[in-house]
Structures are given as C-alpha cells and as structure tokens.
Design a protein around this ligand. Sequence first.
Ligand SMILES: Cc1ncc(COP(=O)(O)O)c(C=O)c1O
Length: 416
Amino acid sequence: MPDFEVVGAEGPWLYRADGSRIFDGSSGLLCVNAGQGSRKVLSRIEHQFSRYTFGGPAVVQPRIQLELVDRLCRAVGRPEDSVALLTCGTLGVEIAVSMARNIARVRNGKRRGDILTSNLSYHGTSAFTLAIGGNQVRRPRPEDAFGLGPSFPAPYPPAHNHGHTARPCDASCADEVAKAIDAKGEENVAAVLLEPVNGTTGGAFVPPDGYLRRVSEICRERNVLVIHDEVLTGLWRTGTPLASAHWEGAEPDLCILSKGLGGGYTSAAAVLVSPQLAPLLKHDSADPLPPMGTMSAHPLQAAACLGVLDELEAMDFNALQARGDRLGNALRSLCDLPSVRDVRGIGHLYAVELASGQLWPAMKEAEARGVFLYPFTGAGHPRSEGFVVAPPLNSTDEDISFLAEALRGAAAAISD
Ligand SMILES: Cc1ncc(COP(=O)(O)O)c(C=O)c1O
C-alpha cells in the first residue's frame, strides 16, 4: 500500500499535505481516464442533484439513464445496441454471462451455458468471476471454484506454450479456442469471454493481428457468442473507443464497459448487446432478465457518466493518439536497460516488465521521482512482474514528458 496521503487532486496530479505533487501514472485503478476534479462532471452531478437523487427505471421514467445509454452507444460506434446499466465491472460480467446464456438457449437451444475464458484473464471479484478467470494469484482454491476455470491459452508467449519451438503467437492461436469449444461440445457452450487487449493480469499484452477476428469466426461457426470484457480497455484507454476497433471483424456480440465510463467519479458499468441478439432476451421462451440491483441505473451515476463522456468526447483524438505513441516509444526505449525485460501495450496502456525482484525497488524509485504506478504480476513461470503505465487520457504533452523521464530515471536506478 502506498504510504503517501493525498489531500487534493487535479487532472492527473495528486497533492500531498506538504504541497508536493505526484503524477498518477495508473489513473487510479486504471479508471480515472478523464483526470480528477472535472468541472463538467461536477456540474452534471449538481444539476441532477437539484432535480432528484434516486429513481431507477423501475421507479420513475429513466430519462437521464436513457440519455446516457444513447450517448454511450453512439460514442463507441454501436448506436443500435441495447444496454443494461450496472454498478461495477464484476456485475457487468455477471450480467453479460446471464444474458449470453439466455440468448444462446433461445437461439440455439444449448443444453448447458458454459462460458470459456483464457488462462491470462481477469473478470472481477465475485466468486463466479474469480473462478472462471485466469489470474492465478486471485483464483479461489480448486475445491471452491465450482469446478470452473480457464479453458484456452491466451495468445501471448508466456501463457501459450508452443513446445520447444520459440515461434511467436499469431492469429492461428485462435485454433485453441476452437479446440476448447469442441472439447466441451458446442451444444454446451454459450459464449467465449475475453479481454480484447490484456489488462493487468500479465500486463497489457496486445493480441496478434487477426486473432480476435479468427476467434469471432470460430465462435460464429459454432453458434457460440463472443463477449468482450472492455471493463479496463473501453472508452479510449487503448486509443479507440473500444479496443476491438483496432482490428477489422473483431466486433463482439456483447461488450462490457466500466472503468472509463465512471471515470473514477462513480461506480458504473454497462453491458452492450448487439441489435440482432437483444430482442431474443424478450422472446417468449427466454428466462426472466437478470435483476440489475438497487443502485444500478442510479440517476447520479448517469449524471457523472455523462460528465465523463463530456470530458472524453472533448478530447483532440489525433493529439491523444500522438501522445500515446510518444509514451509507447519512450517506454520501449527502456528495453536497453538490463532491469527491463519487455515493454508492450497500446494507446495509453503499457506494461514495463522487469527482471525478477525489481518491481518494488522500481516502484520506490518512481515514487521518489514523483510518479505513482500500478504493479502487475501474472504471466509465465517464474511469474512475471512489472508496472502498468496508464496515465489519464487528458494528460498534457508536458505531463507525458515528465512521466517518461521519471520512468527512465527509475529504471536506470534499479539497473545500476
Ligand atoms: C478486465 C476487467 N474485468 C473486470 C474487472 C472487475 O471490475 P470491478 O473491479 O469494477 O468489479 C476488472 C477490474 O479490474 C478488469 O480489469
């Protein structure tokens, strides 16, 4: 746990009581995408507060929630989707799973509703999402995992063992998804759930070109739905509204957003369902829709999310992309230092993998240079370690230069 107390925050900067400031290189828990202290968010919340402060769809006409849903769908280029609003990423995944099972039963008469995941994945904190996830550190004991677990290797060298050949992963690694579905029997599999770009389990691995498209094709051939967990990557973290937009043909059937939607101002998530599938949830043979919870679709939540979208959509996207590329190039240049094993990532999401035992010394050196970072461990054997670099998206050019310089200093200090 970091030992600094914060008494104020503005944009990507956190202020200590002594007036010194520290740069938030991890956007909090990769959620403070629009920085802190936004006036736009405040004015949206104030306005809604002055009208009424509670009223979900089952209580009053959900006007502000509908405004959010419409705005969100247009922002991510899926204007015809149907949306469920929820309170956090974990619940988003849970509800997406329930919906996918329901759709798969109505559409294809599936016998079971298995959900297949990769061995390098994280999908939330509930007993079910921990059990299906591939985060080894967070997995429950085998006897507490309901017999669930990941069923195919993620397409990254430490997670996907190619035997004695050192060949890199490529689109053909999607064949492992086909094998996993076929092993269960396609009549038993409702959906494949995956992070289109790897988050903090393993650290910012980007899939090989063509991989996501091939996964979608394999699933389509077998009447299996594709759910993208974009809890962390959604809403421009990787440079595009959805991470899947980096590759053609990679659009999922269902998609979960969360961290970038609430922007750290509120707890929020959204499950987007494609227009071809959403009507099936209302079919006569469908199970009842999963209940959403008391605080889901809360009007203050919707107001805060609209304020976050106001901030995000006001960004200069070319400048955003250029800053992300500059950050990536600066970080990749750290690979010439002996303590740095690998740098990978995209947009404003990178991982700097370090030599064994160097993580905490590096975090300390970074903090001494005024930067806070998020640690990761996860892939490979022995397990890899390093830090995620994910600054708020509205960091300035000067902020990014400061960050890059501080991280070079920290990485050089642990390499001496
Ligand atoms: C990819 C991914 N899915 C799901 C979750 C769970 O979200 P939450 O912590 O909001 O429940 C996280 C959280 O880190 C995540 O990174």
